[in-house]
Design a protein around this ligand. Structure first.
Ligand SMILES: [Zn+2]
Length: 421
């Protein structure tokens, strides 16, 4: 896990700890106005929100609602419900849904999808425990001050995963267990993400860099120990019978580790081999592999969304890169590739990311599942890349661009999503 990381501040490591790891002081990482909105302030706001009032007042009035949207404000309830009915639509606007749910998109959407796929009934899940797990152990463990790697990104990946799970080839053969794993892995895959990449952790000699190295050594060993963060998910495992708990930990860890982009080529060659042999999903091992590929697609599908969504995500991830670059410059460290706001642009980063990472993955996915959804995604991907190229040309002709070498970038150095523990 790369979670709960804080770099050494002027006064050294802070004495208190929220989770199981030393701190990186996020005030350093977020030096713009957003840093003024502290976690505690946000928590206080949330505690005092009308939602909580509504929930407690209903509880004390003895009103028990079977409707899992009961935590929503009445004004927003209808709109959020309407959106949930279209949760399988590729144009689903997760930003709007997050606003309608007052920042609870991950909890609300995941709970809805568990219900929709019949998982609550099939696994006899306690709905109160499930909701508490999603709120406390999942959503609250994302760092809301990360511009990109926060709970909304997790909700977006979960929604994409739901779309893929509905694809005919998967829907036909996947078992409830596979669907449970797929949705849970999507919702938790970036838990505790620190908002910086692995090279940054190495440069700052953070102990998590060593942890990452150790974890990396077990990547590919299906059934190996899960990332440590999963150990914190004890509440959920209590929902399952004892013998399933270990299997869940192991398979969830394997799925999440597959989102490490630095190992994408390994997964792509295995995918090609899978397609060449025309293997069938009646085998549990193959189903697991396809879930890994689906999760990888869901994790980097931003450029396959509509331009409006694609653009927002791109600006957010670049914002996160540039904050890292600012910290590196401030502490006189080498600025990581793509993290230098003085030489990079959103368009330039996105063109490289699409060319070297997204296109190779989705072209292979199209060989596996050539459906209307896949063609829609590839269509948006082409249009968005052309839009970025147009913006980049405008930027270049204005004389602001000084470094046209992005086409030579190696995908391994792309910081987007390259930590994933
Ligand atoms: Zn992610």
């Amino acid at each position: 896990m790369l979670g709960d990381v804080r770099v050494r501040s002027r006064v050294g490591f802070e004495p208190e700890r929220r989770g199981s790891h030393p701190y990186i002081d996020f005030r350093i990482l977020h030096s713009h106005s957003e840093s003024e909105v502290s976690v505690s302030a946000r928590n206080i706001r949330r505690l005092l929100s009308f939602q909580r009032y509504l929930r407690s007042s209903r509880f004390f009035r003895g009103i028990t609602s079977q409707n899992y949207l009961y935590i929503l404000d009445d004004d927003y309830n209808g709109q959020a419900k309407c959106m949930l009915e279209k949760a399988g639509n590729w144009n689903f606007n997760i930003f709007l849904f997050d606003r309608l749910t007052n920042g609870n998109s991950l909890v609300t959407l995941t709970f809805h999808l568990f219900n929709l796929h019949g998982l609550i009934e099939h696994f006899h899940l306690d709905t109160m425990k499930l909701r508490r797990f999603l709120e406390v152990m999942v959503q609250d463990d994302y760092h809301s001050r990360n511009p990109y790697h926060n709970a909304v990104h997790a909700a977006d990946v979960t929604q994409a995963m739901h779309c893929y799970l509905k694809e005919p080839k998967l829907a036909r053969d996947l078992k409830p267990w596979d669907i449970l794993l797929g949705l849970l892995a999507a919702a938790t895959h970036d838990l505790d993400h620190p908002g910086v990449n692995q090279p940054f952790l190495i440069k700052t000699k953070h102990y998590l860099a060593t942890l990452y190295k150790n974890i990396e050594a077990i990547v590919g060993h299906r059934g190996g120990p899960p990332p440590p963060k999963l150990k914190k998910m004890g509440i959920f495992f209590f929902l399952l019978v004892e013998e399933k708990r270990q299997q869940m930990e192991s398979e969830l860890g394997s799925l999440i580790l597959a989102t490490d982009i630095s190992r994408q080529n390994v997964y792509l060659s295995e995918f090609r081999s899978y397609l060449d042999r025309n293997l069938h999903l009646d085998n549990a091992g193959y189903r697991h592999f396809i879930l890994q590929m689906a999760l990888k697609c869901a994790d980097i599908c931003n450029p396959c969304r509509t331009w409006a969504l694609c653009k927002q995500w791109s600006e957010k991830v670049t914002d996160e890169f540039f904050h890292q670059g600012d910290v590196e410059r401030k502490f006189q460290l080498d600025v990581s590739p793509l993290c230098d706001r003085q030489t990079e642009t959103v368009a330039k980063i996105q063109i490289a990311f699409i060319t070297y990472v997204v296109e190779p993955l989705f072209e292979e996915w199209a060989h596996f599942s050539d459906t209307r959804l896949t063609q829609t995604m590839l269509g948006y991907l082409g249009l968005n890349k052309a839009s970025w190229r147009g913006l980049q040309q405008e930027h270049s002709s204005s004389g602001e661009d000084t470094d046209p070498t992005f086409e030579e970038m190696d995908s391994d150095i792309l910081p987007q999503e390259n930590r994933e523990l």
